[in-house]
Design a protein around this ligand. Structure first.
Ligand SMILES: [Zn+2]
Length: 506
């Protein structure tokens, strides 16, 4: 038996010898003048070296706790990699490498090896499926729509000299786009540790913030001119920090994933473009959506559209943009001023995705549709106001820059939030026009209570609503949200604001 075994090893060594002669197979001519290097068996060298220095690296003399992984041969050296194992199962992430030069000398050992005194015994072992369920529970991703894949492996974690049998479960989640590395006790199912492997990167970029008409306080010299650059427009660019990037160099991150034809990329996460460049709209969409989602979370809501939304800027030549409840993605058009050059328009569209997230099938009824458009305008107008401080130019107006190409008012507005339309006499039967009834009530709440309180009341109220909810239902839900969040302290003003729009809160 022993003889056969030795013979077997001898044969494999011979094979390894034949395979580890990379220089002998070099292209003729390229290495013709270089001295021929004697082939070496790097793994044998590494094995021998570790055995001779076993005590230095706290290894058993026979290396029984190491499993060979790979030998990488390069022209300069070979690299032999081992995995620490216990009874054939990995000690997770613990490896050793030995660097062997072309002369067959071990130059360097890098070791993660962790010695241990005992192996914890389990009464019973949970199944890989049970370990996966536990891991999903621990990361809050038990809902299937929130995670896309999971892998699980049995092995060991060593803590305080004790080897703990465990499962490593790696889960990719969609909302947000994280990758969790979790370790679950294979006996008790208890969480040993977890770590998010996605490291977010911070970048910089240039944007209109919110749009050039608002920041210049006039339309003077600002014209679309078929997407051309101009000094006046370039002067309105603001440098901003881009948060939550995934570090790939693309505009992909925690709350937005840009998927546009420009394929905007920067190895250094530096995204400085002027508006004539299609990548400019990509930066606009990324920055403003990320900022809006962070604002929503700052109000205490971590479950409203908390995902990385796919955005296609310059995705249609129409002067229109849309949210698709089927794909859950946003598309911005290039007709007139590119829609994604105006943060008011970006916020409006993001508003649709927020409502779809809070109330699936939102806006089946005419009044529901009008509440949808009104909320988008509210979100856009209050965002613009927050960015321009106490500036009265552009108050109660949304999309000043987008509207330059079709409005002659000063400032130009996609729509206004102070048209004093009253329900039902001003009902027009068109969702955007009728949305002005709704947006004004919400906007007046922001003037009365401040943006944060009004936005909290409105977002909280959405959860009460149904796809066919009416204006009256919407106003009642806002009043109810005030009772839940603020003990009804804004009740009288809420009644008055909505009564002025012809809408009862009772
Ligand atoms: Zn809309």
């Amino acid at each position: 038996m022993t003889k056969r075994k030795n013979l077997f090893i001898a044969v494999t060594t011979a094979i390894a010898l034949t395979l580890s002669i990379p220089i002998a197979f070099a292209e003729p001519g390229i290495n013709a003048n270089q001295p021929q290097t004697k082939a070496i068996d790097a793994k044998s060298v590494a094995d021998q070296h570790l055995k001779e220095h076993a005590s230095k690296y706290q290894l058993p003399d026979d290396l029984s706790s190491l499993q060979f992984v790979t030998t990488i041969d390069t022209e300069a050296a070979s690299y032999v990699r081992y995995q620490q194992v216990i009874q054939g199962a990995p000690v997770f992430t613990k490896q050793i490498t030995v660097t062997v030069d072309r002369a067959g000398k071990a130059l360097l050992v890098v070791s993660d090896y962790v010695p241990f005194n005992s192996i914890e015994q389990m009464k019973s072992k949970i199944s890989p499926q049970e370990a996966e369920s536990k891991a999903l529970e621990y990361i809050g991703g038990a809902n299937k729509s929130k995670w896309s894949s999971a892998s699980r492996e049995f092995g060991y974690v060593i803590e305080d000299g004790k080897a703990i049998p465990s499962y490593r479960v790696v889960v990719k989640t969609n909302a947000p786009a994280d990758e969790w590395d979790t370790y679950v006790h294979a006996g008790s199912g208890k969480l040993l540790k977890k770590k998010n492997r996605v490291q977010y990167a911070t970048g910089t970029g240039k944007v209109f913030n919110p749009n050039p008409v608002e920041t210049q306080d006039s339309t003077s010299g600002l014209a679309d001119n078929r997407d051309a650059d101009s000094t006046a427009l370039t002067n309105q660019l603001k440098s901003v920090t881009l948060l939550g990037l995934d570090g790939s160099g693309y505009l992909r991150g925690q709350y937005a994933t840009i998927s546009s034809k420009a394929k905007t990329y920067s190895a250094t996460n530096t995204f400085n473009y002027t508006r004539a460049n299609d990548s400019f709209e990509d930066v606009m969409a990324y920055y403003h959506i990320d900022t809006l989602q962070r604002y929503i979370q700052s109000l205490g809501f971590t479950n409203i559209n908390n995902r990385s939304i796919t955005v296609n800027t310059n995705g249609t030549t129409a002067d229109n943009s849309f949210y698709s409840p089927a794909t859950k993605a946003l598309t911005f058009g290039t007709g007139g001023v590119d829609d994604a050059e105006d943060a008011g328009i970006i916020a409006h569209e993001y508003g649709h995705s927020i409502q779809d997230n809070q109330v699936p099938d939102w806006g089946q009824s005419a009044e529901g549709g009008a509440m949808g458009e009104g909320f988008g305008d509210y979100l856009g107008a209050t965002y613009e106001d927050a960015l321009t401080g106490n500036d009265t130019f552009g108050k109660a107006c949304v999309g000043e820059w987008d509207a330059v190409s079709y409005s002659s008012s000063n400032p130009p507005c996609l729509r206004r939030l102070d048209e004093n339309k009253v329900y039902p006499q001003d009902w027009a039967g068109e969702v955007h026009a009728d949305g002005e009834i709704w947006s004004q009530g919400e906007y007046e709440m922001a003037q009365a209570f401040g943006r944060d309180v009004a936005t909290k009341l409105i977002l909280q109220s959405h959860w009460s609503l149904t796809p066919n909810a009416t204006f009256n239902d919407g106003a009642k839900a806002i009043k109810q949200a005030d009772v839940l969040l603020y003990n009804g302290s804004h009740g009288a003003q809420i009644d008055a604001i909505w009564a002025a729009r012809g809408i009862s809160t009772q």
